[in-house]
Design a protein around this ligand. Sequence first.
Ligand code: LHQ
Length: 259
Amino acid sequence: TVLASLDTGVLRLTLNRPDKLNSFNEEMLLALRAQIRRAHEDEAVRAVLLTGAGRGFCAGQDLGDRDPRKGGPVPDLGHTLETFYNPTLRLIRGLEKPVICAVNGVAAGAGANIAFACDIVLAAKSAKFIQAFARIGLIPDAGGSWSLARILGEPRAKALALTAEPLPAEKAADWGLIWKAVEDAELMAEAAKLAGSLAAGPTLGLGLTKRLIQAAATNSLDEQLDMERDLQQQAGRSADYAEGVTAFLDKRPARFTGK
Ligand code: LHQ
């Protein structure tokens, strides 16, 4: 359900249930979580590229698994989130390596919100983001209420979440919700190029940068300045800093090892 391949530092993960627009069943959720955990543990992984197979990126939770007519106990969606979704969201945000998301088609519900948790999101111009939850009586989950409110502010976050109106990729880029919208035919090449160049970068410094920027939303300026001091001290001790400066002085491209 999740295709995984590691090539020159890039762990490419492809959500792979194209007949169901890559909607999440338990198997796919566990497979995605296991792969992000692997990205934490495996030094050979220096960037992650997440995308979807077929014409969609991800349609959120598989609602076929949730048919109320099939009977069974009253659903405990809090448990579903805590067990299957929230650990993955925390692992993506906590991974000190760049996570690039290539949204190749529609991203709905938790599918949209997992994309927004990634560090750099590129989307095909034909892709749309839909906070589909309101259509079925649910609330935005998978971190969506947090990222939409943080990134967009309340007026746009509320309108998207309350109406479930599809947001086209170019508008999402205009609103700063994603990095950019690109021609459909160019999406994968551009995303792979970006992931490749980040994977060849100073991974330690990039990871600390991610941590720092994520901390800014809740830190005061004083706390942030302290954190910059501490993390710059750490970055300054890295082999990649020494290589970066040497390469600059030698007027040649740097060869970073990620350490
Ligand atoms: C699907 C799905 C799908 C199953 C398309 N499930 N089959 C967390 C915790 C616990 C529980 C609940 O939820 C959550 C988080 C959530 O994510 S809730 C939100 C769940 N997602 C949705 O409500 C979106 C449902 N899908 C749609 O609204 C449409 O499919 C979109 C707008 C995504 C795409 O529309 P179209 O391009 O017109 O495609 P389609 O609707 O024809 O879908 C293609 C096939 O994929 C179709 O199957 P079929 O056998 O008829 O070809 C759909 O049934 C299937 N599919 N989404 N979530």
